[in-house]
Write a protein that binds this ligand. Structure first.
Ligand SMILES: Cc1cc2nc3c(=O)[nH]c(=O)nc-3n(C[C@H](O)[C@H](O)[C@H](O)COP(=O)(O)OP(=O)(O)OC[C@H]3O[C@@H](n4cnc5c(N)ncnc54)[C@H](O)[C@@H]3O)c2cc1C
Length: 387
């Protein structure tokens, strides 16, 4: 067993770190205050070819694994870009996974190169206001009319819909009462036609640079050639991408925890109270050391889950466990970073309050802590399904 990263993997961390160094904490603080998509950061990552890290080489990607994509996103988040930086590119890096696996050749040629090159931005419309985590009950309906579908309904929390050109959209094609098991939902990748889709931004706690929205879909026509795979099988196509997505979120949360911890340790070494650095007190040291232990454990967990996925092996329990653990570890590190800064932890100029707000996000999305624990209780511990 070898826990070392390869030279190539370390080179990914270094190269991504070099790009991120041009977008420092003050840049992200400004974005956090003013909002507005971080186009210059996105453009720099696209130009250097990082958006296609895990995409097939024949469409311009690098063809690497989820493991490498995790290293990249941990480096982005850990630079201080946090969830703002990671979420700005997350959809390009991984969102079109259902197209890679289930799209036809024509669709891949049409859709993948623009996403890999950063020319197109896409958003992901799954969550609905009235069905929440119970995705199988979602209500937005697509009705087939000859060579196209007509879609009506609502989505919520659709991130980047203010700036996206395309939408990956999961909708119902069979009424819920006639659907059996996971059948009845269909997946499309289509133009975000603003004359038929109204996008309303949600004011939220953090990650202001990457908008999240309510969207209202009114008689949107989607050509049949924008349907991914077969009608009715959309949910199973989404399921395919859930485990790698959890690994990526776990890596992003870990990066955020690490940058919070770095800042906390630096402040603890510099801040003098009672004639000595506060970091000389074990009451300051020990919680920080504990947070480091958590982040190390989380790193091992997400890397093992990503490695299993890349080997083509089952990784549901491991990916869910990693997402759960890393989200909590990242959050606790950010919280401890604020406490270490004392009053200054509450001031924006020290950045840790921004990390703290952003560290809530991996705990909530794309799946909640409770549902992960319910999954593990059922699938690993053999307890009755509770949801
Ligand atoms: C900033 C942000 C960005 C997002 N971006 C996107 C996006 O781009 N695209 C998209 O489709 N979605 C997006 N989401 C939505 C996100 O995936 C959902 O918020 C998340 O899946 C939870 O769904 P919900 O908010 O409807 O919670 P609900 O389903 O309403 O659940 C509320 C609470 O009840 C708990 N709960 C519900 N049922 C059970 C049960 N049976 N047992 C135990 N607990 C239960 C949940 O765990 C949760 O704590 C985003 C969310 C946020 C906050």
């Amino acid at each position: 067993m070898n826990f070392d990263l390869t030279d190539d993997q370390r080179a990914i961390q270094d190269a991504v770190g070099t790009i991120c160094a041009d977008f420092d904490d003050d840049y992200w603080l400004r974005k956090d205050r003013e909002g507005g998509f971080p186009e210059d950061f996105y453009g720099a990552m696209a130009k250097a070819g990082w958006l296609g890290i895990a995409m097939p080489q024949e469409y311009g990607g690098a063809g690497l694994g989820i493991f490498e994509a995790c290293l990249m996103l941990e480096a982005v988040s850990g630079s201080g870009a946090g969830m703002s930086g990671a979420s700005a590119i997350h959809m390009n890096v991984f969102g079109l996974h259902p197209v890679v696996v289930h799209g036809n050749d024509e669709q891949k040629r049409r859709w993948l190169p623009p996403i890999i090159q950063g020319e197109a931005k896409a958003c992901f419309g799954v969550t609905e206001p009235n069905t929440g985590l119970n995705t199988l009950k979602l209500k937005t309906m697509a009705v087939r009319k000859g060579d196209h579908y007509v879609v009506n309904g609502q989505k919520i929390w659709t991130s980047t819909a203010q700036v996206a050109h395309k939408i990956l959209l999961l909708v119902r094609t069979t009424p819920v009462e006639e659907s059996k098991g996971t059948h009845g939902l269909t997946l499309f990748y289509t133009d975000l036609n603003r004359s038929r889709i109204e996008v309303r931004e949600i004011e939220k706690m953090g990650r202001k640079a990457v908008d999240s929205n309510q969207i209202f879909i009114d008689n949107l026509e989607i050509p049949v050639e924008d349907r991914i795979g077969e009608e009715g099988k959309g949910f199973s196509y989404i399921l395919h991408g859930l485990n790698p997505e959890r690994c990526l979120l776990a890596a992003e949360a870990t990066g955020l925890g690490r940058v919070a911890l770095r800042r906390a340790a630096r402040y603890a070494g510099e801040r003098i109270v009672f004639d000595r650095p506060i970091g000389k007190n074990q009451g300051i040291q020990h919680p920080l050391a504990e947070r480091w232990v958590d982040l190390e454990a989380g790193t091992l967990m997400y890397r093992r889950a990503a490695w299993l996925y890349d080997q083509g092996r089952e990784c549901g329990a491991e990916a869910n466990a990693a997402k759960f653990f890393c989200a909590e570890a990242g959050f606790r590190a950010a919280e401890q970073a604020i406490l270490t800064h004392g009053g200054m932890g509450y001031a924006k100029e020290y950045h840790v309050e921004r990390y703290f707000r952003e560290a809530m996000l991996p705990r909530l999305a794309p799946v909640s802590t409770q549902l992960i624990l319910s999954f593990i209780a059922e699938k690993v511990l053999g307890l009755p399904k509770s949801y």
